[in-house]
Design a protein around this ligand. Sequence first.
Ligand SMILES: C[S@@+](CC[C@H](N)C(=O)[O-])C[C@H]1O[C@@H](n2cnc3c(N)ncnc32)[C@H](O)[C@@H]1O
Length: 253
Amino acid sequence: MSISPRAQSFDVAAAQYAASRPSYPPALFDTIEEFAGRRLAGARVADVGAGTGIATVLLRERGADAVAVEPGERMAAVFRRALPDVPIVRGDGNALPLADASFDLMVYAQSWQWTDPGRSVPEALRVLRPSGALAIWWNTTAFDVPWIREQHERIAHHCGVKPRSAVRPDDGEAVTLAGLTGLRVTRRQVRWSRMVPLDTHLANIGSRSAFLVLDEAGRHAFLTDERERLSRAFPDEAVEETYVVDLLVAARP
Ligand SMILES: C[S@@+](CC[C@H](N)C(=O)[O-])C[C@H]1O[C@@H](n2cnc3c(N)ncnc32)[C@H](O)[C@@H]1O
């Protein structure tokens, strides 16, 4: 496996990741079933870049026969403790340790960006059955919620990257960016939110790769400042995080 340092960064914070990262809403899985043209119940599904199993557990609840692929040793260890009955293999999306034509659905929950589509698309197509589909998605920023947009800008500034604008790419650009050109792709945004204690919200921010590659002092300074700011905005320390899941489902043309 050849995984970039930033892609590996999750491994150092695997327990924090499992405890603080947002899950995914039921409407996402309804949409995957609609776009893929089949129920998850009974489907053979590979969850690639499964991490600590946040998506895997939901796929299993839907009745999918899910297996996980994950390159990170510590992420896989947390996964095994949480889901001891679910098969997990160490590997990555660019060279899947899975047999040809053996899966109905390949999913990449917030992990597709760590693969090289020049390799991961042919790999997914090799592993999928002829009528199969691949689904990729991300919990993205709800830019229309002012405090979330402002926090996004503070994070970008602190990490030395350009903040993104409120506008997500149009469908054609999203397909090109994901390297899915030439496939039959459908896309939908699914909005949802969760209420979490302020501590969980801050741990969630701290578990992002952009923070995990900063030094301890840089992380601490940002999170201390953010705690003060958000304690004023949310005096009861209950934070509503709003997300827009950006989902793309691709199949052979
Ligand atoms: C943001 S986490 C997502 C974890 C999980 N799917 C979820 O929904 O919470 C990204 C995961 O992708 C994994 N990863 C990194 N490089 C990868 C690659 N080339 N192929 C597959 N997974 C990769 C990381 O180890 C990490 O577990």
